[in-house]
Structures are given as structure tokens and as C-alpha cells.
Write a protein that binds this ligand. Structure first.
Ligand code: CTP
Ligand code: CA
Length: 231
């Protein structure tokens, strides 16, 4: 056996993963965010590295250590995340687990906004770029396998199937992030997940499991879809 050649079902593959929330600044001390912890995306990055892949993890602000053996690019905003993803291409597979903020403020105040005793400020918003859709629609550098996530609170499978078509990705990992999901503490921020894998072939309902187990199962599926390395 060669000492340094990586082994495992993803050896020789580059896998790109996004994880965590994004923070969209309002002023120097305030931002728009969401409840994403990054646990699921980071678990996928760790699992892909254990499977022998070269892994690039583009992470928004999280309270998690960088996974072992993974190249981590730390970003704050959706626009920074898109730039880091584009810089990390090409990749064999890309998995977009980040909870990207859909909107940013139309402009960031240079100084802290102050109460002036008069009008309450209104936040004007602008739409962020869709990183998943951008990469899935690339004509030349599209990864062979593009996987999105879908966070839904109702009609989870139907909305996720529509999302798969709209975004042009191969698979969607759909999860119910409503308080009804039955997962203690909720999916966002919690340690467990129950997902539906939506592919061109149909829908698989995966049983509730730890985010680490969901990650391992997904990585095994990615390896199977990419197949063995050509000699
Ligand atoms: N996504 C992305 N860039 C965005 C928004 C979402 O890359 N600006 C990705 C997420 O990482 C995820 C997928 O798109 O893989 C779906 O995210 P989701 O928030 O469920 O879908 P949206 O298209 O934003 O629709 P909505 O939030 O309105 O349901
Ligand atoms: Ca969204």
C-alpha cells in the first residue's frame, strides 16, 4: 500500500460543501441571520473527508471546529459565499447545505444606526444570489453531481420537488424544519435530522437519525453516483 495515497470510496474526488448560515450586515454592530448551526453541513464535510475525498468547506459563521482534513473557507455574507464557491471549482460533487440568507439589506449603514426619537427605521432589502442555482446552471464548470437542501415547514416533499426542478440540481435533501417535525429542539440547531432524498428517480424517506449518520449515508450515495475513478 502506498503511504500517502488517500483510500476510500471518494479517493481522488474533490467535493465542495457549503454549511452554516450567512450574516448580512445592517450596520457595524447588527446583522440578519437564521437558526442554522452548520452541524449537518460540517458533518457531511467530515464524512466526505473520511471517505477519502479532497474536501472544500465554505462555511458561514458557526460555533463549530473546522472538520479534520478539510480545507475550510470562512465567509460571512451570501455574496462572499458565492465568490468562495466559484473560486473552489472545479469539483466532482457539490453539496449546498448552507442556510443562505435570502435577503440582505439594500445598503449597509457605515455607522451604528441610532434611535433619534422620531421615525422607526425600515429595512430595505435586496435579494441575494442563489448559489446553488448559479452552480447548477454553469455550462462549463458544473460539478457532475449537484445536491441542494430544502428547508420547509409545510408540504415538504412537494415544495422540495419543485425546488429541484427550479434550481436545476440533481438531488434535493429535504427536511422539515417546522416545530412539528417531532425532532426535539428542532432540526435547525439540533443534533438529529429526518430527511427525504429527492432524485430524478423518485423520493426516499430516510428515518430519523443523527446528523452524522445522515451525512454518512449521503456521502455513500454520492460515492456510488460518481462511481469508481477511471484508471
Ligand atoms: N441556496 C443557495 N443560495 C441562496 C438560497 C438558497 O445556494 N441564496 C441553496 C441552499 O443552500 C439549499 C437550497 O438552495 O441547498 C434551498 O434553499 P431554501 O432556502 O430551502 O430554498 P430557497 O430557494 O431559498 O426558497 P425559500 O427559502 O423561499 O423556500
Ligand atoms: Ca431560502
Amino acid at each position: 500500500e502506498q503511504a500517502l495515497a488517500p483510500a476510500g470510496p471518494l479517493a481522488g474526488r474533490h467535493v465542495l460543501i457549503t454549511s452554516g448560515p450567512t450574516h448580512e450586515p445592517i450596520d457595524p454592530v447588527r446583522y440578519i441571520a437564521n437558526r442554522s448551526s452548520g452541524k449537518q453541513g460540517h458533518a457531511i464535510a467530515a464524512a466526505a473527508a473520511r471517505a477519502g475525498a479532497q474536501v472544500t468547506l465554505v462555511s458561514g459563521p458557526v460555533n463549530l471546529p473546522d472538520p479534520q482534513g478539510v480545507a475550510v473557507r470562512h465567509v460571512e455574507t451570501a455574496r462572499e459565499m458565492l465568490a468562495a464557491v466559484e473560486a473552489a471549482l472545479p469539483a466532482d460533487a457539490a453539496i449546498f447545505a448552507a442556510a443562505v440568507a435570502d435577503w440582505r439589506t439594500a445598503s449597509e449603514a457605515d455607522e451604528k444606526m441610532k434611535k433619534d426619537g422620531k421615525a422607526i427605521p425600515a429595512l430595505a432589502l435586496a435579494e441575494n444570489p442563489d448559489i446553488l442555482a448559479t452552480v447548477a446552471h454553469l455550462s462549463n464548470r458544473r460539478p457532475r453531481l449537484v445536491v441542494g437542501f430544502a428547508a420547509e415547514t409545510q408540504d415538504v416533499v412537494a415544495y422540495a420537488q419543485a425546488k429541484r426542478a427550479r434550481k436545476g440540481c440533481d438531488w434535493i435533501v429535504a427536511n422539515d424544519v417546522s416545530r412539528r417535525s417531532g425532532i426535539e429542539g428542532g432540526v435547525m440547531g439540533g443534533d438529529e435530522n429526518a430527511v427525504h432524498l429527492i432524485t430524478a428517480e423518485g423520493v426516499e424517506h430516510w428515518p430519523r437519525a443523527s446528523k452524522a449518520d445522515v451525512a454518512g449515508r449521503l456521502v455513500a450515495r454520492v460515492a456510488a453516483a460518481l462511481g469508481p475513478m477511471e484508471a
